[in-house]
Design a protein around this ligand. Structure first.
Ligand SMILES: [Zn+2]
Length: 440
């Protein structure tokens, strides 16, 4: 065995042991453990990260309690963009084993780098989580982008480690476009599919379009990632495919942040990060159970440690002990990107909350788009075959108006318009009114 391979094997053993030890901690022991690791991480980061050693030189390298963390400044997505490509990399070049970049769909790209230890500390947790969903007899399609990303490889390797059969279709390739994925699913009958919720819908429609019955694929579990989803939409997807639905949460710059336990709750990866929830307006920390913006601080990262990084994600974190599985890790609910809301009538509406109202209205189908025109919320929604169109649209207007106290105008949209718009999008889950106008 080569020396590097031997070191990697030792790292893997250490990661497994570390994961098991953390799971056995009590809630107060978790805090003690995090404080110790935080102080080591602060010293390391302020000494080795070009960004932090330059701009945060006067910051303390030690805190006496976890609450003192809130006295440190935030790191923002703009900081990451400004530090592109290597200002946040604290480890030596020889230790970096992967480099990736964001898609850049919402501005300039950001970069990510990881060492083998970073990679494996994360990967053993992903392995434990997907082990609740799949096993050696299962074939699983990984239909998320592999290009420049980490999540696909992370899930891919975790599935391999639990003995599943991995089919790495990706999501953006010309070799395996979505219609080929649909046809392959009919041919080889995977038990699992990993993709965005929107892609799961598109594949379902494509299978029907080629004259096959999607339920005869035999899919058992959909693991959705890369896009948040209302419970109304998830329920519809689960029913139409007749599958269990699970999720995982993360970002390219952090890798996994939330992984499901055997009871289906999304637990925070608190062995690798400290998580705070803040009021996005004031920056003040809010209590567990209140919604706000998720802020993460690395405590075990070598390559690209981040201190108080504002994720831009709206979440609620529940206290430790709220899940019956016994894990000391707190659980999280993800309510979508803060930037994706609608500002109407002096109020800010959460995108998923709007989706929930629209898609839980009787007669609505699976697709919708919304936006603000003047002082009202405009909703375009697919109406189910057989449903009364006008009645459904008025119900949507009433439901949304009552829920959010804003005027709402609803009109129908055809499935063909939705598909024409989505098939041109890198992230079809972001469908909006402009995308529909461009194809109608
Ligand atoms: Zn749990």
């Amino acid at each position: 065995m080569g020396e590097i391979r031997h070191q990697q094997y030792q790292t893997w053993l250490e990661a497994c042991e570390r994961w098991r030890e953390f799971e056995a901690l009590s809630a107060s022991e978790v805090q003690d453990h995090q404080l110790k690791e935080l102080n080591a991480q602060l010293s390391y980061t302020l000494a080795n990260s070009p960004f932090y050693s330059t701009y945060w030189a006067s910051c303390p390298r030690n805190v006496s309690s976890l609450t003192e963390l809130s006295k440190l400044p935030f790191t923002t997505k703009e900081d990451l963009r400004g530090g592109y490509p290597s200002q946040f990399v604290a480890a030596k070049d020889s230790l970096i084993i992967r480099y990736g970049e964001s898609t850049g769909t919402t501005g300039l790209p950001t970069s990510s780098a990881i060492t083998y230890r970073d990679w494996i500390l994360c990967n053993v947790a992903v392995e434990a989580s997907v082990g609740h969903l799949f096993g050696p007899a299962d074939m699983v399609f990984v239909s998320i982008p592999y290009e420049l990303a980490f999540a696909s490889y992370d899930l891919d390797r975790a599935l391999e480690a639990i003995g599943a059969t991995v089919v790495s279709t990706g999501a953006l390739t010309s070799v395996c476009p979505i219609d080929r994925v649909a046809q392959m699913m009919c041919n080889v009958h995977p038990a699992g599919l990993i993709c965005t919720p929107t892609r799961a819908l598109r594949i379902f429609d494509m299978i029907r379009d080629i004259g096959e019955d999607p339920r005869r694929v035999g899919l058992k579990t959909l693991l959705y990632v890369g896009e948040t989803c209302s419970s109304a939409k998830l329920t519809k997807i689960g029913k139409m495919w007749s599958v269990d639905v699970a999720t995982a949460y993360g970002a390219t710059e952090t890798n996994s942040l939330g992984l499901q336990c055997e009871l289906g709750q999304l637990h925070l990866t608190e062995d690798r990060y400290i998580f705070e929830v803040i009021d996005p307006q004031t920056g003040q920390t809010v209590k567990d159970g209140s919604s706000g913006e998720l802020v993460v601080t690395s405590i075990a990262t070598e390559a690209m440690p981040l201190i108080r990084y504002r994720t831009g994600d709206e979440v609620t974190v529940s206290p430790s002990g709220s899940c019956a599985c016994g894990s000391p890790r707190r659980t999280i609910q993800h309510h979508g990107r803060l930037s994706e809301g609608y500002a109407v009538g002096g109020r800010r509406l959460n995108k998923l909350a709007v989706e929930q109202q629209v898609l839980s209205t009787r007669g609505t189908g699976l697709y919708y788009a919304a936006g603000v025109e003047g002082d009202q919320l405009v909703v375009r929604v697919q109406v189910e075959e057989g449903a009364l169109v006008e009645k459904t649209l008025r119900s949507v207007e009433n439901s949304v108006s009552q829920a959010f106290s804003v005027p709402c105008r609803a009109s129908s949209v055809s499935l063909s318009s939705i598909m024409a718009a989505m098939d041109q999008m890198l992230k079809p889950g972001s469908l909006n009114l402009e995308h529909l106008r461009a194809v109608e």
